[in-house]
Write a protein that binds this ligand. Structure first.
Ligand code: DGL
Length: 261
């Protein structure tokens, strides 16, 4: 059986890319809800309905586990999804805890970049309230990065001016770690690096999610010896056109290059 991956768009591929390092012999079904992307700027109730109908579809394809590779969807409905389906469901959350641990007791702060919806949600706010004793966590929504990714716009000449504008009121020297709290953001790590001071560390929750998935499959004795085959769906339609498939392939190559730096 395949492992399902779900996101509003191509952001989830950044999590699947990390997962392939840990579980290269699994087969995957990747579902992007491209008809409704972006989720992060919409109303919670509307997005909740999109997610439930997407996951109903994924469940009908017989998956053995599902990774909700979207911080926004995780913050809205992960508990509800776990009650609704009987396969393991993993989510992804902004990696605030490891970010705080790195800098506790120092002068440096943590900046969480995510979608507006994630940052407004109770799940995120409860998390920060619980662990940010020193009040070192700031946050900023960057919806433009989701739009850029969905239109395959990764050119630094476009992205860096956008980031500089959005960050113009922040004193960037005060941050030690930037949390990539949206799965679309790792595509832009090069541009982000060139805007922040060079000692700044960028982290996301993908590795944690991939390791959890591996642990759960091992504990259920469900590790596959497949081929790493991936089938793609866009809002319920199987992707078969070679241009889209080669675009996805190019994104994996781009992530390979970015991770090597
Ligand atoms: N990739 C998603 C996340 O991690 C959501 C982006 C969007 O659709 O706004 O939050």
């Amino acid at each position: 059986m395949r492992i399902g991956f779900f996101d509003s768009g191509i952001g989830g591929l950044t999590v699947l890319h990390q997962t392939l390092r840990f579980l290269p012999n699994e087969d995957y079904l990747f579902y992007a809800d491209t008809r409704h992307v972006p989720y992060g700027e919409k109303k919670k109730e509307e997005v909740r309905e999109y997610i439930i109908s997407a996951v109903d579809f994924i469940a009908s394809q017989n998956v053995k586990a599902l990774v909700v590779a979207c911080n926004t969807a995780t913050s809205i409905v992960i508990e509800e999804l776990r009650e609704r389906y009987d396969f393991p469901i993993l989510g992804i959350e902004p990696a605030v805890k490891p970010a705080i641990e790195q800098w506790e007791g120092t002068e440096k702060k943590v900046l969480v970049l995510a979608t507006s919806l994630t940052l407004k949600e109770k799940k995120y706010n409860d998390l920060v309230h619980r662990i940010d004793q020193g009040e070192i966590v700031d946050s900023l929504p960057l919806p433009g990065l989701v739009q850029f990714a969905e239109s395959f716009e990764f050119d630094k000449n476009t992205i860096v001016p956008y980031l500089k504008r959005e960050l113009s009121s922040f004193d960037l020297g005060q941050y030690g770690t930037v949390v990539l709290g949206c799965t679309h953001f790792p595509y832009f790590v090069d541009s982000l690096r060139s805007v922040f001071p060079e000692y700044v560390n960028f982290i996301s929750g993908s590795i944690g999610t991939a390791k959890n998935l591996q642990r759960i499959l091992e504990s259920k004795d469900q590790i596959n010896q497949g081929t790493g085959d991936i089938i793609f769906f866009k809002s319920g339609e199987k992707v078969e056109d070679t241009l889209t498939l080669s675009n996805y392939h190019n994104l994996f190559e781009m992530l390979d290059r970015l991770n090597k730096r």
